[in-house]
Write a protein that binds this ligand. Structure first.
Ligand code: ADP
Ligand code: VHF
Length: 287
């Protein structure tokens, strides 16, 4: 189904929620519990929920006795190998409170481009959802290389949303919305709605935030949101602390309106769509 408005979110059939490293690692590791509460609430009303979670490298870093996120690929892979198991344990421990079983799915960019791997991933995901298991997806960091890495999980989340034909993609971050400029800068204003085909004229989108933990920043979030919206999947970009309000359909974050005729904007066979900029519009114009 097409979700045209936030108020329809509670009746979504299938949603993908993406959370970034900065929101669920380090001093924010405690945010896993309220995140799981919100996902369990949606799961409990019959929505099929897929979580795309970053955080393997950030979670693993202290276990390697490193004080900062490693910069070289091999140490990132080592940190991810250690951190991914800890991360999944933390999620499952929290989902146990609701008797929800999670399933780990690790994907690479190559998997999404290779038709056989892609259909294998789709089949596995569909089966997990049929079985009422909640898939937790991350990039397969230990086998990915610089050339094939997604580079950020925002794009991975958009690809997963398209793969499983989700009604809604929720991109969570450490800021509550997309702003007209990096939110710590003076004069930054919250953007309520972005039309699927408008240009973000005058909007300054920075890379990663002050935490130094994430890797994508708002650039990758806007790009991922556009890719999904152009293909007809609605997107909410908001803070991890507002996920339960977002999933209840409250007016939080930035709403990326889905294209009414998704096929018109797509590139056949690529799984992605064209266009590199989005636009700020008034609420009335875009919704
Ligand atoms: N125009 C903007 N609107 C919102 N956030 C922005 C903007 N420009 C830069 N950012 C930054 O992007 C950061 C989110 O990206 P990142 O740190 O990679 O987080 P995550 O780990 O959640 O992916 C925010 O902390 C914010 O400071
Ligand atoms: N796959 C990596 C994600 C890298 C990353 O930091 O992504 P993000 O926090 O979404 O910007 C990990 O789990 O550490």
């Amino acid at each position: 189904m097409t979700i045209d408005d936030r108020s329809q979110i509670p009746s979504a059939r299938r949603i993908v929620v993406k959370v970034g490293s900065s929101s669920i690692s380090g001093e924010n590791a405690g945010q896993i519990v309220p995140l799981v509460d919100a996902l369990a609430e949606a799961h409990g009303r019959g929505t099929q929920v897929i979580l795309v979670s970053s955080g393997a490298i950030a979670t693993g870093t202290p276990f390697l006795s490193l004080s900062e996120r490693p910069t070289d690929l091999a140490t990132q892979q080592a940190a991810a190998a250690v951190g991914q198991t800890v991360l999944i344990y933390r999620y499952q421990d929290s989902f146990d409170r609701y008797e929800i079983v999670a399933g780990q799915v690790l994907l690479t960019a190559g998997d999404m481009e290779n038709p056989t791997h892609r259909s294998n991933a789709k089949r596995a995901m569909e089966r997990l959802l049929d079985l009422r298991i909640l898939p937790i997806v991350n990039e397969n960091d230990t086998v990915a290389t610089h050339e094939i890495r997604f580079g950020d999980n925002d794009r991975l989340a958009a690809l997963v949303a398209l793969l499983v034909d989700a009604d809604l993609l929720v991109l969570l971050s450490d800021v509550d919305a997309l702003y007209t400029r990096p939110p710590h800068e003076p004069g930054a204003e919250r953007i309520e709605v972005v039309g699927w085909d408008d240009e973000l004229e005058g909007v300054e989108i920075g890379s990663t935030g002050l935490s130094g933990v994430g890797s994508g920043g708002a650039v990758t979030k806007v790009s991922a949101a556009r890719q999904a919206a152009e293909r007809g999947t609605a997107v909410v970009l908001t803070a991890t602390s507002l996920v339960s309000q977002a999933l209840r359909g409250e007016r939080v974050g930035t709403w990326f309106a889905p294209a009414p005729d998704a096929s018109a904007a797509s590139v056949p066979g690529s799984g992605l769509s064209t266009g590199s900029t989005a636009a700020v519009t008034s609420d009335a114009a875009a919704s």
